[in-house]
Write a protein that binds this ligand. Structure first.
Ligand code: SF4
Length: 331
């Protein structure tokens, strides 16, 4: 339970002190609900763990697996378009399999923490959008049936600024801060949105085409600025070995950001000026991939193994792995 008085007494920057407190693990104690100031010491040898507890984690894992199967299958059964992630990241054959509604034994996510991370990502996203009035448009759907593309961008500010909210692991966050560059996949997704806004706006605004969120409000966009808002939300098993290493990593990132007086040390932003680099290679990739997928789909033909948009690094988590005859071994 929150103690309102202590919340008001603390300004946000003092939240950073929480880290220091956690790092001194010898002082760990529990505070009573209602925060009377009275402390109870946790004596580990007096706590007995009972096996066979009512909430069974193995059952839960199966529940998550089953739910992800039905959710993903529902999406697959109704898939008629590519999305931004398809164009920016996914394997061309995987996308054609999806558009052809190819059946597979299971649509469940191959790695269950992905489901948990997706929920964290959504919460991060809502946190920024619900707290801010700085955006002029939010959750803008761009549905372009003529090229079988349906995407949804996060935010716009005026006619020229695209803002994408991205959640990431601490290790990605550390790299982003160190390199001062957005992740490649995030950048490519934002370029897909820019491409659609600048080349397919009339179709995106067509009132006869139904979308689930907002249509673009303006009659012209010329995106010259892309801002990425990154929120660090978790540490993966591959990032660290144990909790103490996780805490050290967090402390290192904080130091790296020189964020002593920055209340949001878990949140940063990068701004890209799209006129400062040659956009042609990115736009050619996006247009070329959309055209290639559409031509393969219309011919009911899978992209060959040497197709330039095949992405073998995606095989490990690919749900079409069991039906794909491209010989890629899972690690
Ligand atoms: S298994 Fe690999 S090559 Fe085949 S569709 Fe999936 S990602 Fe593409």
């Amino acid at each position: 339970m929150f103690n309102k008085q202590s919340m008001e007494a603390n300004n946000l920057s003092e939240f950073n002190g929480v880290l220091d407190a956690i790092q001194d693990s010898n002082n760990i104690s529990a505070t009573l609900a209602g925060d009377t100031g009275q402390k109870i010491e946790v004596e580990e040898n007096k706590i007995e763990v009972v096996r066979g507890v009512p909430f069974d984690l193995n059952v839960f894992a199966q529940e998550v697996y089953d739910k992800s199967h039905y959710k993903n299958k529902g999406h697959a059964d109704n898939a008629v378009n590519m999305n931004a992630y398809d164009i920016a990241v996914n394997c061309s054959r995987q996308i054609v399999y999806k558009l052809l509604k190819t059946p597979v034994p299971s649509f469940a996510d191959k790695w269950l923490p992905i489901v948990f991370r997706a929920q964290l990502g959504k919460a991060c996203h809502d946190f920024v959008q619900l707290q801010s009035d700085q955006f002029t448009e939010a959750e803008v759907s761009l549905k372009i049936p003529s090229i079988r593309l349906s995407v949804r961008l996060d935010n716009l500010i005026g006619y020229n600024v695209l803002v994408e909210i991205k959640s990431c692991t601490y290790s990605d966050y550390q790299r982003i801060i160190r390199n001062q560059k957005p992740r490649r996949d995030d950048f490519m997704q934002s370029m897909v949105y820019k491409h659609v806004l600048e080349n397919h706006l009339a179709e995106a605004k067509d009132p006869t085409i139904k979308v689930r969120s907002n249509k673009p409000a303006l009659d012209e966009y010329k995106i010259d600025t892309i801002q990425f808002i990154y929120l660090a939300h978790d540490i993966t098993a591959s990032d660290v070995e144990d909790v103490s290493e996780a805490l050290m990593l967090i402390a290192k990132i904080k130091k790296q950001l020189k964020s002593k007086n920055n209340p949001f040390f878990f949140m940063t932003s990068l701004v890209v000026d799209t006129n400062a680099f040659d956009q042609a290679p990115f736009m050619n990739f996006i247009k070329g991939k959309i055209e290639s997928i559409n031509s393969h789909f219309e011919a009911r033909k899978l992209p060959a193994a040497d197709d330039e948009y095949i992405v073998k690094s995606k095989c490990f988590f690919c749900r079409y792995y069991s039906v794909c005859d491209i010989p890629v071994k899972r690690r």
